[in-house]
Design a protein around this ligand. Structure first.
Ligand code: ADP
Length: 384
C-alpha cells in the first residue's frame, strides 16, 4: 500500500474506535440508572471498539482502547452508581475484563501480523527466485537456439567452403591459361581486350574465393594469447602505408602500447587492417585517418556465459570521407554487401566475426563533422 493511503487507513480506523467509544459512553451518560438492562447492554458494546483496536493495532492498540474506555466509562461508574456498591464493583470488574480481552486479542493479532510479514517476505523471495529462474531458463533457450542456428550455419558454411575450395584450383588453371593466351595476342590486338577482362575477372573471383575461405575459417576457435593492441595497430599502419601514400591519405595512430587483450594477433591485425583500408579507400586525397583508443569500465565476458565488471578498450578508426548512407550503415556487416566495384563485401563481416569470437563487437556510425567512425570494442585482459 502506498504511504499516503496507509496513513489515511490508520486515521480512519483510529477515528472509528474513538467514535465507537464516545458513542457508547454517550449512551451510558444519557440513559438513567433506572434502566439497568440497557446499561448492561451498553457495557458489552464497549467490547466492539476494544476488539477493533486490538485486531487493527495489536496488543498496544487494544490496551490503549481499553484504557480509553476506562477513562470514558470510569466517571460514569463513580458518579452515577455510587449508591449501589455492588454495581460499582461489577462494572469496575468489566473494565478489568476489557483489558484482559484486549490483551488476548491483541496478542493473537500481533502473532498473525508477524506471520503475515514473514509469509510476505517469503513470497517476495520466492517471486525473485522464480524470476531469476525464468531469466536463466530463457537464457538457456536462447543459447540452445543460437547453438542450433550455429550448427545449421556451420553445416552450410562447411558446404560452401567445400564448394569454394573446389573452385579455387580450376580458377587458378583458368587464370594461368588466360595469361598464356594473352601473350599470344599483343596489346592492340582485337582479342587482347577479352583476355584482359578474363584475367581481371578471374583475379576478382579469386579474391572472393580467398576472402570467403577466410570468412569460413573464422568459425574455428582462434588461438588465444596475450596480445598488445597498440603494437597490432602500429604494425597494421605500417602495412597500409604504401596504399595510403598512393591515395594521398595520412594514417595517424594515437594508440599507446600496453593495451593487452586476449586473442589471436593475426586475426586482430586482420580486423584493424580491414577498418584502416576501408577508411583510406573512403578518404579523399589529402584526407586523414585517425586511429585512437580509450579504456572504459564495462561488462566483459566471465565464466559460464556470465558477464562481469571489467575494462573495455574502444579502438576507433575515423575518416573524413563521405560516411555511410543509412542503407549502407544497416547492411555494412552483412557478408557480400559491398558498394565497391572491386569489393568482396567480406571485410566487415569477417571483422565482426573475429570481434565476437574475442568477446567484443564492432560498431559503425557517422561522425557529426563528416566521415565514418568504426569502433572495435574488446575486453581488456584482467591484468592490463
Ligand atoms: P568491401 O570493402 O569489400 O566492400 P567491407 O565489408 O569491408 O567490404 O565493406 C562493406 C561496405 O561498407 C563497403 O563496400 C562500403 O560501402 C562500406 N564502408 C566500409 N567502410 C567504410 C568507410 N570507412 N566509409 C564509408 N563506407 C564504408
Amino acid at each position: 500500500m502506498p504511504g499516503g493511503e496507509a496513513r489515511r487507513d490508520v486515521y480512519v480506523k483510529v477515528a472509528a474506535v474513538v467514535v465507537a467509544i464516545l458513542a457508547v459512553s454517550f449512551l451510558h451518560y444519557a440513559t438513567q440508572t433506572g434502566k439497568p438492562v440497557l446499561h448492561d447492554l451498553y457495557r458489552r458494546l464497549y467490547y466492539v471498539p476494544v476488539g477493533l483496536g486490538a485486531v487493527w493495532f495489536g496488543l498496544r492498540g487494544g490496551v490503549l482502547a481499553a484504557a480509553a474506555v476506562g477513562l470514558a466509562y470510569g466517571p460514569h461508574i463513580l458518579l452515577h452508581w455510587q449508591h449501589e456498591s455492588r454495581e460499582v464493583i461489577n462494572q469496575s470488574m468489566e473494565v478489568v475484563f476489557y483489558f484482559a480481552f484486549s490483551g488476548v486479542i491483541g496478542y493473537f493479532a500481533d502473532q498473525e501480523r508477524r506471520l503475515r510479514v514473514r509469509c510476505q517476505s517469503a513470497a517476495l523471495r520466492l517471486d525473485r527466485s522464480y524470476k531469476q529462474l525464468r531469466r536463466q531458463a530463457d537464457l538457456i533457450l536462447e543459447i540452445e537456439e543460437q547453438l542450433r542456428a550455429a550448427d545449421r550455419l556451420a553445416a552450410m558454411g562447411q558446404l560452401a567452403a567445400g564448394v569454394t575450395h573446389e573452385i579455387r584450383n580450376p580458377l587458378g588453371s583458368i587464370r594461368g591459361t588466360a595469361e598464356i593466351l594473352r601473350e599470344e595476342f599483343p596489346p592492340g590486338h582485337p582479342k587482347a581486350e577479352f583476355l584482359d577482362i578474363l584475367v581481371r575477372e578471374t583475379e576478382r573471383l579469386n579474391r572472393v574465393v580467398e576472402d570467403f575461405l577466410g570468412y569460413a575459417r573464422q568459425g574455428q576457435q582462434a588461438e588465444t594469447e596475450a596480445c598488445d593492441l597498440g603494437k597490432v595497430v602500429h604494425q597494421t599502419a605500417a602495412l597500409t602505408e604504401a596504399q595510403a601514400r598512393k591515395a594521398g591519405v595520412e594514417v595517424r595512430c594515437e594508440v599507446p602500447e600496453g593495451l593487452t587483450v586476449r586473442g589471436s594477433p593475426g586475426q586482430l591485425t586482420q580486423v584493424v587492417l580491414n577498418l584502416v583500408l576501408n577508411a583510406v579507400q573512403a578518404s579523399p586525397p589529402g584526407g586523414e585517418v585517425r586511429v585512437t583508443a580509450e579504456v572504459r569500465p564495462g561488462r566483459v565476458p566471465g565464466r559460464e556465459y556470465r558477464e562481469v565488471e571489467g575494462k573495455l578498450v574502444f579502438l576507433q578508426v575515423e575518416d573524413r570521407g563521405p560516411g555511410l548512407p543509412a542503407d549502407v550503415l544497416s547492411h555494412a556487416f552483412q557478408p557480400f554487401f559491398t558498394t565497391k566495384e572491386e569489393g568482396t563485401g567480406l571485410g566487415l563481416a569477417i571483422s565482426k566475426r573475429i570481434a565476437e569470437a574475442h568477446g567484443g563487437r564492432i560498431a559503425a556510425e557517422n561522425r557529426p563533422e563528416r566521415g565514418a567512425r568504426f569502433t572495435l570494442i574488446l575486453p581488456l585482459a584482467p591484468d592490463s
